[in-house]
Design a protein around this ligand. Structure first.
Ligand code: GLC
Length: 741
């Protein structure tokens, strides 16, 4: 057979021809069926979904992970329905399927797009063994509020970092051919602005000016669409009075008219019917109308569409052409996935679950996600040869499920290796490793076992405390108003500090925590997020210097929850706080009441800076940045400027560093952030090695949306910094001259 006969060519014109031909044969019921996704998690789905499948009333199922059940559902849809249209089979494969990578916020701390892409590819291969062909990931909501439980699923606060990693995940899930074995459709979510929920309370209202929508919250989605993401999911949240699931500005003006998106849009779980709860509509029929009119192609786990869309079309309120466009978007994805050629799954034809490559990828991801926040007196790495005993203490030292983090429906805890076990394997033959859990779980206020913990710490050369949050304390609907360490953990730290021994804190959490109440009581902090299946070996290798920490913070760590929202790319305000125009509440001179102190943007009861800045992360090496220079002091619109600096490893160990480039546009058509990340490179340097780090910046990289929503790069002055965090001080300048593009 010729190649063209072997397999229809998956070029868009060929696919669009097939879509058109199929659409022409479909009844209204069958068209609406494609727009309906049903939950298949209860019982044996083929039994209770069979009739609707044969009638062509279902286009997609979610939450079935038994490959035999999935194959039977596909068989019924393909062989026993009139048109034989295969199903999209969706699942939340957010950061792994059986083998679990660090939570996305942790993966973001690696600042390593290639590694993040490989993690997504491994997840897709494992999910595909269950017949899953669509994941509801990546979650790319810019998140600047650590109270919000879903910051755990996000890629952090920064537009560039989140955009680069969003593209990496899309490419990892979908590969370059979504029809390839083990590739699955990705879904960028939640469009848009969900991360700005008021007070960090999940599902709450968002109010985002259009310039901020376009310059911040939409940017990662634009990047994902440009990368070919096959679907988007609408957000639950109310955006400026119009919930995203009924928001025509988002789904038609931006997504279709401006970005030319040709994938499909799925609602969030029952979010169409929630339009009535929001108060946008008076009943499900009107909710179906608003969502269809706005451009939601598929309804997830609700029945507004299958109940009301037919009559809305028949009475002319919804144009059949709009239904045809929605169905075409869905069918196009099914053709691109190759489902019409083969919809059944043979797990044996795919790599085995939890194979060596999967586990190695998970370990590398965990290793590069851990951020060393502090390391006083170089207490780390621990040198097994110089120690005789260590105390392992805390509720998260041996918690195989908790270390996986949120959104791990299918994670296999049998694959988890905990820090306790990994430390024993690594140094147990040389060191006396003593262990006291001390707390039943992270929220516990029972401190009966603290004495035992103090005793083993006192009898050891160093104490390693495994603290943080259980996985249930972050993720969807799990926001916290107080983001200190839960339970009595701070008291445990205080007690262990009293022993006078070196104290290392390893923190597993789903968000930046406020650590102010313990930061001075520990000598070192390794922040491991929820590190996934191989978190243990990664943490052990870092504790004992087999590897050096190389993670960098993807989100700012506040001193106090009252500072939120706090993020590096903030605006300057008209009265910025500086180190010399603030007064601390304890220093107010009550003898001479002052009606006005620094008159600047600060809080009386905490310093205006964060506890740890975006991009911060220490190493066992000693990295220094020198000799920053720019290829030209002045460039024209359309030109490229190169900003370079020398990076030196002055330490005595080889290690990786993430060099970062920040810029500031000093004057703008709208005010611009005081810093914006515009480049980053992860580089490995041997002891004593010096390399030049070059960052190319095209003037288009400096574009933003101005007051009239036009995208522009303006002439003017720019500052540029290169360094190891958003607090880099090594600075140069350049300007863009006015003139022709
Ligand atoms: C949820 C989430 C969404 C998820 C979907 C399916 O409520 O908001 O992120 O993909 O339901 O589980």
């Amino acid at each position: 057979m010729s190649a063209s006969q072997e397999k229809p060519k998956k070029t868009s014109e060929a696919i669009n021809e097939r879509v058109k031909a199929l659409l022409a044969r479909m009844t209204l019921t069958e068209k609406i069926g494609q727009m309906c996704q049903v939950d298949a998690s209860a019982g044996y789905a083929p039994d209770y979904l069979g009739e609707d499948l044969r009638a062509g009333r279902i286009g997609s199922v979610l939450n079935v992970v038994d490959v035999n059940a999935v194959n039977e559902l596909q068989r019924i849809a393909v062989e026993e329905s009139r048109l034989g249209i295969p199903l999209l089979v969706g699942r939340d494969v957010i950061h792994g399927f059986r083998t679990i990578m660090p939570i996305p916020l942790g993966q973001a701390a690696s600042w390593n797009p290639d590694l993040v892409a490989e993690g997504a590819r491994v997840a897709a291969l494992e999910a595909a063994t269950a017949g899953i062909n669509w994941t509801f990931a990546p979650m790319i909501d810019i998140s600047r509020d650590a109270r919000w439980g879903r910051i755990a699923e996000s890629l952090g606060e920064c537009v560039l970092l989140a955009s680069r990693l969003a593209v990496a995940m899309v490419e990892g899930f979908q590969s370059d051919d979504p029809a390839a074995r083990g590739a699955i459709a990705a879904c960028a979510k939640h469009f848009a602005g969900y991360g700005a929920v008021e007070s960090g309370r999940d599902y709450a209202t968002t109010n985002i000016p259009e310039t901020k929508l376009r310059n911040v919250y939409m940017r990662p989605f634009n990047a994902a669409v440009d990368a070919g993401v096959m679907s988007l999911m609408t957000s639950f949240s109310d955006l400026n009075g119009i919930p995203a699931t009924g928001n025509e500005f988002l789904l038609r003006q931006v997504l279709r008219d401006e970005w030319k998106f040709d994938g499909f849009v799925v609602s969030d779980w029952d979010s169409i019917r929630q339009l009535q709860i929001h108060g946008l509509t008076e009943n499900d029929r009107e909710s179906a109308f608003e969502a269809a009119a706005a451009g939601v192609d598929m309804e997830m786990a609700g029945d507004a569409y299958n109940t009301h869309l037919g009559e809305l079309v028949e009475c002319g309120r919804i144009d059949i052409n709009d239904v045809d466009v929605a169905v075409a978007n869905i069918l196009r994805a099914k053709f691109r996935l190759g489902l019409f050629e083969s919809a059944s799954t043979d797990p044996e034809a795919l790599p085995s679950i939890g194979n060596d490559h999967a586990l190695e990828t998970a370990q590398q991801a965990a290793l590069q996600s851990v951020v060393m926040l502090k390391n006083d007196n170089a207490v780390l790495p621990l040198c097994a040869e110089k120690l005789s005993s260590i105390a392992i203490i805390g509720p998260l030292s041996d918690a195989p499920y908790q270390q996986l983090g949120t959104w791990i429906f299918d994670g296999d805890t049998d694959l988890s290796i905990t820090p306790m076990h990994a430390i024993h394997s690594l140094v147990g033959h040389d060191l006396n490793v003593r262990y006291v859990r001390a707390m039943e779980h992270s929220r516990s206020k029972v401190n009966d076992a603290f004495d035992d913990a103090v005793e083993i710490a006192r009898d050891s050369d160093a104490a390693v405390l495994f603290l943080g949050e259980e996985s249930i304390l972050s993720g969807e609907a799990h926001s916290r108003a107080d983001i200190n360490l839960p339970g009595d953990q701070a008291e445990l730290v205080r007690r262990i500090r009293e022993t006078g021994k070196p104290v290392i804190a390893v923190i597993l959490a789903g968000r930046p925590l406020t650590l102010t109440n313990i930061v001075d009581q520990v000598d070192a902090i390794l922040y491991a997020w929820h590190p996934g299946s191989m978190g243990g070996p990664a943490i052990a290798d870092l504790l004992f210097g087999v590897e050096s920490p190389s993670g960098k913070l993807p989100a700012t760590f506040p001193r106090m929850v009252g500072q939120i929202p706090i993020y590096y790319s903030q605006k300057n305000s008209g009265k910025p706080a500086t180190r010399d125009n603030i007064v601390h509440i304890d220093d107010i001179d009550t003898r001479a009441p002052q009606t006005s102190f620094g008159m600047s943007a600060f809080h009386l009861d905490t310093h205006f800076t964060p506890l740890f800045a975006f991009g911060h992360g220490l190493s066992y090496a000693d990295f220094a940045y020198e000799n920053i220079r720019v290829s030209a002091d002045q460039i024209g619109l359309g030109d490229t400027v190169t900003i370079s600096a020398d990076l030196v490893n002055k330490g005595d160990v080889a290690a990786e560093e993430v060099a970062q480039l920040y810029i500031r546009d000093l004057v703008g058509n709208v005010t611009r952030p005081v810093r914006e990340l515009k480049g980053f490179k992860r580089l490995r340097l041997e002891p004593g090695q010096k390399i030049t780090v070059d960052f190319q910046l095209h003037t288009d990289d400096l574009a933003f949306y101005g007051r009239n929503m036009q995208r522009m790069t303006e002439p003017g002055e720019f500052h540029a910094w290169v360094g190891g965090s958003s607090e880099a001080q090594l600075r140069t300048e350049f300007r863009i001259a006015a003139g022709d593009q």
